[in-house]
Ligand binder design. Structure first.
Ligand code: BGC
Length: 786
């Protein structure tokens, strides 16, 4: 009864308000509500739910229309702003009951202050949700999501989400705007960095792992937080890779290739869904009833609440579908429940109710869903549940969390090239560290790391020094600015992630670097993108490393010393020249707060790299969009060498193959595949089949390999991809050891959405490929029989 006492105490002790009739009604309903929700009560879950619903209804019945609209309103705290709009006078609005939640406000003290206003000063005392973009860790920051996905390790990914929840909730946050599960095949799009790459099967697993990690078994615990899958839907497929641009896609492609990860998050119980900025079939997603009601709620059974993206409602006016009142009504009626920042619901829905264009049921339903979410995260149990001033010290950015982040970062790195085993380096002699990314703490966390203390991240220079200790001599030179063009450099180093411009001439910078290089046995070139060169609103049309850094790299190569390229990037880059000329390339993405240490662990072989690309690296931007699970076409290229053939589907000036395929990544050791076999070559529709392969570590190091299984449906009622990932296992194999890896294929793995959008498996021949990346041709066939 502690909760009931809490509310009794609250109502009886209110300083500024006398107990009026409505307070009393609310008190009674909340008391009933709390009793009915108490997990210690011996009622069945179903009975609990029912009575919970009736209590929500009873709260609803005591709310004015203005208070209801307040629950649908989600302003930004103003600490962090994106887009154009910004809310003001937040405290006053909260007091007036015009706010349902707040986002991107940091520190438990501040959140406590704001929650107090809601609970003690607003008429109904309904607690607020506190949201934040906790995307890849909180203060302890993990690699950007694209990097995280390259670990192919679901337990690890789940644990990053758990740890992020542990830290964020210690700071008062109870809702994260993650996971971002937008499939993207277009590296021009800057937000490719925030997702898990191009593949739907892998995307499904990661969506599930993250939701489970954030929400845990019990959302009402004070160390779990509500997740929000985003951006629903298809946001990763904007025309020409330009952020916020139009999306136009066939239903069959949507269902097979883009929608499943959102569904996977919903099946995993995600509490909320964020709508995307783009249009779908000519209707902005924010106001798209087919998307938000027919598909999401009716077909998929989602019962949480839907939040718009930042100013999503306001932007519908620019899409050209109505004035502010019309688009607000459209968004609500389509299925958007909470309005992030636009304040369209708050300021126009009353008129729409009055003029009859919106019925009150829509508003009540949305309020009901939001109150239910508040209940689920435990705020009606105790509005200060997430507020414990002692927790931050105990849980945030602890040594233990940082040690875990260091491990995760190393797991995400992808070795792209290692000619003559330049890597791993020896901890001896003189090592030159050169490049504009070598000594920058603030860029290490990468994009969308709202909570990170960027200056506390570990830059490569520090990490190297720590890891080699006094065993080797480290020399450093910046070598070049990020880019020759100062204006461009400013654009890609915003939000405090600057790399101060060095005002020496380009030649002076280079001379210093060459002098350092000359004294060294090996050169580590730390170059690539800055953190803000990817992420939201950071689309590009050139996928090369900025020219100033390319020139620096070429000059370093000319010294004849071995060069290791440590590539920082938030997207697949077209690094054909580098692949040709640099002996070793380690792609480190943006590794997070323990960047320098983790990179050094890999460079010196304390960790053998095992990351694999989850997005194809193209030869050039003209190949984009490029992805492994494409269709065959009626005129596929007939030769494996990639030689041009007239009247075949290919380019005159570049091969069809990418630079590095999906699933690609090297190790310091070698893995040999042999003995691929099936348990049987006929699989009945109600049965399953086992595929096994032997993997031998034939090199000189223990290592981890991601064994990948792909399937091709050879003949379909609609055209089918040339192969699709249907399984993977990340295994550890000691040097000299052979392991047999077995996969089971069931009929579920063979299903797809056909022309009528039925999810079916069609009898016929299937080709099964198992190998080290998606380009493997090692295959066996079986028949699916009725
Ligand atoms: C982004 C979302 C983010 C939101 C709140 C928007 O600009 O598209 O991903 O969750 O801002 O910060």
């Amino acid at each position: 009864m502690q909760n009931l006492n809490y509310y009794l105490g609250f109502f009886l002790n209110q300083k500024n308000e006398t107990m009026n009739k409505q307070n009393l009604i609310l008190l009674i309903s909340m008391a009933l509500f709390i009793v009915s929700c108490n997990p210690n009560e011996s009622k069945s879950a179903a009975a609990n739910n029912n009575s919970f619903e009736s209590q929500v209804d009873s709260i609803l019945s005591s709310m004015t229309l203005e208070e209801k609209l307040g629950q649908l309103n989600l302003p930004s705290s103003g600490d962090i702003t994106t887009g154009q709009a910004q809310s003001s006078n937040i405290a006053k609005k909260i007091e007036e009951g015009k706010v349902g939640g707040l986002f991107n406000i940091k520190t438990v003290e501040k959140i406590r202050g704001v929650q107090k206003i809601a609970v003690e000063k607003s008429r109904l005392g309904i607690p607020l949700l506190f949201g934040m973009d906790v995307i890849h860790g909180y203060e302890t920051t993990f690699p950007i999501p694209l990097g995280l996905s390259a670990s192919w390790d679901m337990d690890l990914i789940k644990k990053t989400a758990q740890m992020a929840a542990q830290e964020a909730t210690a700071d008062g946050i109870n809702w994260t705007f993650s996971p971002m599960v937008d499939i993207s095949r277009d590296p021009r799009w800057g937000r490719v960095s925030e997702g898990s790459g191009e593949d739907v099967y892998l995307g499904n697993q990661i969506a599930k792992a993250m939701v489970e990690g954030y929400q845990g078994e019990d959302l009402s615990l004070n160390n779990t937080m509500m997740a929000c899958v985003k951006h629903f839907a298809l946001y990763g497929a904007p025309e020409a890779g330009r952020d916020y641009n139009t999306v136009d896609m066939s239903r069959i492609r949507m269902y097979n290739e883009y929608l499943p990860p959102y569904k996977a998050a919903i099946d995993a119980g995600v509490g909320t869904v964020m709508v995307s900025f783009n249009e779908i079939d000519g209707i902005p997603a924010t106001g798209n009833k087919w998307l938000l009601t027919d598909l999401l709620r009716n077909d998929w059974g989602f019962n949480g609440f839907v939040v718009t993206d930042y100013t999503g409602i306001e932007e519908m006016m620019y899409h050209g579908v109505g004035d502010f009142q019309q688009v607000s009504a459209q968004a609500l009626k389509a299925g958007s429940d909470m309005d992030m920042v636009s304040e369209g619901f708050l300021t126009t829905l009353k008129n729409s109710v009055e003029d009859g264009s919106v019925s009150i049921e829509y508003i009540d339903n949305a309020v009901r869903r939001i109150l239910t979410a508040k209940y689920k995260v435990g705020l009606f149990d105790d509005p200060y549940k997430y507020i414990d001033l002692d927790r931050p010290k105990k849980h945030i950015f602890t040594e233990e969390n940082r040690a875990f982040a260091r491990k995760v970062s190393a797991e995400s790195m992808v070795l792209l090239k290692n000619e003559n085993n330049v890597l791993p380096l020896k901890k001896s002699g003189t090592i030159a560290l050169i490049g504009p990314l070598a000594n920058t703490a603030v860029n290490m966390a990468g994009t969308w790391s709202v909570a990170t203390k960027q200056e506390k991240s570990n830059p490569l220079l520090d990490g190297l020094k720590t890891v080699v200790g006094d065993k080797a001599n480290i020399l450093y030179a910046k070598g070049s600015n990020v880019d020759y063009d100062l204006e461009y450099e400013k654009l890609v180093t915003m939000f405090g992630k600057d790399i101060p411009r060095d005002n020496r001439t380009d030649q002076q910078l280079l001379d210093e670097a060459l002098a350092v290089a000359k004294k060294s046995d090996v050169i580590i070139a730390a170059i690539g993108e800055t953190a803000e060169l990817s992420g939201e609103s950071s689309s590009v049309t050139n996928l090369q490393i900025p020219q100033a850094q390319k020139d620096l790299l070429n000059a370093l190569l000319k010294t004849g010393k071995p060069v290791v390229l440590v590539l920082f990037t938030g997207r697949p880059l077209a690094i054909v020249d580098e692949d040709k000329n640099v002996p070793a390339i380690l792609n480190v993405w943006f590794p997070g707060s323990e960047a320098g240490l983790a990179i050094s662990d890999v460079l010196f072989g304390d960790v053998n790299p095992s990351g694999k690309l989850t997005a194809t690296f193209p030869m050039n931007v003209g190949q984009v969009p490029i992805f492994y699970n494409h269709k065959n076409t009626g005129r596929p290229l007939g030769n494996k060498e990639g030689k041009f053939e007239k009247f075949k589907s290919n380019y005159l000036d570049v091969r069809n193959e990418p630079l590095y395929p999906f699933g690609y990544g090297l190790s310091y050791t070698n893995f040999d595949y042999s003995n691929l076999k099936l348990s049987t070559d006929q699989m009945p529709v109600n049965g399953s089949i086992n595929v096994s392969v032997d993997v031998t570590n034939s090199g000189n190091y223990d290592g981890k390999e991601v064994v990948q299984l792909y399937v091709r449906d050879v003949v379909g009622s609609v055209t089918r991809p040339v192969k699709e990932l249907k399984g993977f296992q990340k295994i550890e194999i000691k040097k000299g050891e052979t392991k047999t890896v077995t996969f089971q294929i069931t009929v579920e793995d063979l299903k797809f959405y056909n022309y009528n959008l039925d999810f079916v498996a069609e009898p016929g021949t299937f080709q099964v490929f198992v190998g080290t990346n998606s380009s493997t041709e090692n295959s066996v066939n079986f028949e699916l029989i009725k």
